[in-house]
Design a protein around this ligand. Structure first.
Ligand SMILES: [Zn+2]
Length: 287
């Protein structure tokens, strides 16, 4: 079964990391509507890149994600190389939450897309005008490209969750590269631009995955609140976990695939309007 339950030891490591590490909070929302300058992520400065002038880490995403500039460039024999954003630094731990101005939160859905559940998740998010993050598996995205496009068309952020959902610390670096690289390639072929975020299956990160993720231009994002929806505890329990865990900067983990996710779908319909009524701004990062 696909699930992002992590071993207790790993969870403890992440808790300790959260307590110690400033880099576990990413200044995703530093550019709120008041135009406050972003602090930028902690750690080494991104490598300079001529095409990165407009890429501001920490910017709050607008109503729609603008198409990447290079997509508009003519493909001619003399066309300049495609502009890539600056590669992120190699992190030592994933981001666990986002630093927020106001009551910003992120909803994230892993393991899809799955035609049984993802369309309902998309419909609910659309009904409330809310954007979210989808960490997709390559093997699922490959057979559901229309759902991938639907995510992007609705302004959701599509992230990389590996091709086949392995426990990455058990893999040789070459296999990790295959898992992440093939998924990024598929997303780029389908959507026109590669993913900027990735999430390790089971929340099991290691040094190689941080290095390879950075080489592929992605930042690692974990989560703050685990709904444990894969255990199918009942929609009311999932709703309570989300509402109890809600807070500025919180990243919520749910699943739209990997098993029977009807409870996850039903829970979203219940907690989403309650979060909005409580004043939360549900949004996505833009890098
Ligand atoms: Zn997963």
């Amino acid at each position: 079964m696909k699930k992002d339950q992590m071993p207790t030891g790993r969870r403890m490591v992440l808790r300790i990391a959260a307590a110690l590490g400033a880099t576990t909070t990413f200044g995703l929302f530093a550019l709120e509507r008041n135009g406050t300058a972003p602090p930028g992520p902690a750690g080494p400065a991104p490598r300079a890149h001529p095409g990165a002038a407009g890429a501001r880490p920490g910017a709050l995403a607008g109503p729609r994600l603008a198409p990447s500039a290079y997509r508009l460039q003519p493909m001619t024999a003399h066309a300049p190389p495609r502009h890539r954003r600056a590669l992120p630094p190699v992190r030592q731990r994933p981001f666990l939450r986002v630093s927020g101005v106001g009551q910003s939160m992120v909803l994230s859905f892993d393991d899809g897309p799955d035609p049984r559940y993802t369309p309902a998740v998309l419909r609910t998010l659309r009904a409330y005008g809310v954007r979210a993050m989808f960490f997709v598996c390559g093997e699922m995205a490959a057979v559901n490209p229309d759902l991938l496009r639907e995510m992007a068309d609705d302004g959701h952020v599509v992230g990389n969750h590996s091709w086949s959902h392995p426990l990455m610390p058990r893999l040789r670096p070459s296999r990790i590269r295959d898992e992440l690289g093939s998924t990024s390639d598929l997303i780029e072929r389908t959507l026109g631009s590669p993913p900027l975020w990735y999430r390790a299956p089971y929340g099991a990160w290691n040094r190689h995955s941080f290095e390879i993720g950075a080489e592929l231009g992605m930042e690692p994002l974990a989560w703050t609140v685990d709904t444990l929806d894969w255990k199918e505890p009942g929609a009311p329990v999932i709703v309570r976990r989300v509402l109890d865990g809600a807070g500025p900067g919180v990243v919520v983990l749910s699943h739209d695939a990997g098993g029977d996710r009807s409870q996850s779908v039903a829970a979203l319909r219940a907690y989403l309007p309650q979060l909005l009524a409580a004043g939360y701004h549900l949004t996505v990062p833009r890098r």
